[in-house]
Design a protein around this ligand. Structure first.
Ligand code: BG6
Length: 476
């Protein structure tokens, strides 16, 4: 009745937030390497800052992150000790193609992922690989303008061809773009976009979105030619928008907000631009840069599963003055009086998780995969690095219980659950280390100081028990 016997329990990270080693192994510079912490970060990730220069002496959190580049064996051993069945990580594009537009890949970069994948397989852990997670070569931004340029589709095609050939028979689950809908909210991270003064930003974002959607379909096509066993997933930052009141105006606003997220999955899972999006884009005078063959490519290469992150639900109102925004939320929302919030203002809604899963499964009828969920919180370790993180356990308990309801009671087909930041990593929105999600504490602070020592938190043993019982025992 519960989760399938081969349910993929595990954790997730991303290269840019964990690997570090920014100048090792022939790696090129990536967009995320030049993003600082603090108040400069927001405008940069929204594509508002031009001429981003890399200053060797400046502190950028992604540069060294938690140095998984050298610690990965130790970290994977800890994941194995927790009983992980799957580990989701991402490929640093600049390790494989340092500039992005080369013809030949960087062998040293591939060798790193060879070792990492083999290490996972040694423990029987299924690698779930995100091809791009908010990162891309800075050269592709400076020389081509990022994903606004159609050429990126070819460069991405080269990247995936190398990866699918290299890891044929070893990696089954791939995700083309992390949170593809983030293009509309953090376009520098999502698509390497830096806006010019006075340009139509929405036009640029939807142009980039089209190129990523085409690239995702192209990747799916290439994957099936190389290895028919590969499963390709799309991935969105999910979280249902609720209407603020039963006023039909609010209900309609919530519907439109939900559609702005579904748009991406509609294309990737159903293979064509949905009518509501075409109409909306037409009304706004936005042109989608279709070229010959795009429509067929999208139609013939839809995804095998729908993966998503879930942290929070959101609330929509037709009244703009109702938006007394909750800080820390990248997506527009107003405060939900029925929900508590995390220290970073993210609304905590376990039942919203079940609601979101039902919406996605009902709409697409494809297997779902929860590839991110968790609580970013401040942890205070004792002298041995031990953290009594009951607050994190409570968050996860409630969310996993609702995920179980969605499977058992509602019949949602679910492949797995990889909670976010299974080891503490750098926060994507804030660049802080102090916003921690992990079962494993990493000694490093917001200024990049610390020994990088890994230690188990209380949640480590708790999650181990959850996995061992296949989600039946959630007790603390
Ligand atoms: C998702 C991203 O948006 O949320 C991750 O895919 C990110 O990269 C995660 O880290 C949590 O957000 P944050 O800002 O707390 O790190």
């Amino acid at each position: 009745m519960g989760f399938k016997t081969d349910f993929l329990w595990g954790g997730a990270t991303a290269a840019n937030q964990s690997e570090g080693g920014y100048n090792k192994g022939g790696r090129g510079l990536a967009n995320v390497d030049v993003v600082p912490t603090g108040e400069d970060r927001g405008p940069i990730i929204r594509g508002k800052v031009k001429h981003l220069a890399f200053d060797e002496d400046h502190f950028y959190p992604a540069k060294n992150a938690i140095d998984m580049y050298t610690h990965f064996k130790e970290d994977i051993a800890l994941f194995a000790e927790m009983g992980f069945k799957a580990y989701r990580f991402s490929i640093g594009w600049t390790r494989i193609f340092p500039n992005g537009d080369e013809n030949e890949p960087n062998e040293e970069g591939l060798a790193f992922y060879d070792e990492m994948i083999d290490e996972l397989l040694k423990y029987g852990i299924e690698p779930v690989v995100t091809i791009t997670h908010f990162d891309m070569p800075i050269h592709l931004i400076n020389a081509y303008g990022g994903w606004r340029n159609r050429k990126l589709v070819d460069f991405y095609g080269n990247l995936v061809t190398v990866l699918f050939n290299r890891y044929k028979g070893k990696v089954k689950y791939w995700i083309t773009f992390n949170e593809i809908n983030m293009i509309l909210h953090a376009p520098f991270m999502g698509a390497g976009l830096v806006f010019e003064e006075g340009e139509n930003e929405e036009q640029v974002m939807y142009t980039a979105a089209h190129h990523e959607l085409v690239a995702s379909a192209l990747a799916t096509k290439i994957a099936r030619e190389i290895d028919p066993d590969i499963k390709i997933g799309c991935m969105i930052a999910a979280g249902q928008y609720y209407p603020n009141t039963p006023n039909p105006e609010d209900v309609r606003k919530a519907q439109v907000d939900n559609q702005s997220n579904y748009f991406f999955v509609d294309v990737q899972a159903r293979g064509e631009y949905p009518a509501y999006a075409l109409k909306e884009l037409e009304r706004k005078g936005i042109e989608v840069p279709f070229v010959e063959g795009d429509k067929e490519l999208l139609k013939e290469n839809t995804v095998d599963y729908v993966s998503f992150s879930y942290y929070s639900s959101r609330v929509s109102s037709a009244d703009p003055s109702a938006y007394e925004s909750t800080s820390g939320n990248i997506f527009p929302t107003i405060k939900n009086p029925y929900l508590e919030r995390s220290e970073w203002g993210w609304q905590i809604d376990p039942l919203g998780f079940r609601i979101t899963m039902n919406e996605l499964y009902g709409r697409y009828q494809l297997p779902l995969f929860v590839v991110e969920n968790g609580l970013g919180a401040k942890d205070v370790p004792d002298e041995n690095g031990y953290v009594e993180d009951d607050y994190r356990i409570e968050y996860l308990q409630k969310h996993i219980a609702e995920m179980k309801n969605a499977v058992e009671e509602d019949g949602v087909d679910l492949l797995g659950y990889t909670s976010w930041g299974c080891i503490d990593i750098v926060s994507a929105s804030s660049g802080q280390m102090s916003k921690r999600y992990g079962y494993i504490y990493v000694d490093r602070d917001d200024a990049g100081e610390g020994s990088l020592k890994r230690s188990k938190k209380k949640s480590f043993d708790w999650y181990k028990k959850v996995i061992a019982s296949n989600g039946e025992d959630l007790s603390n």
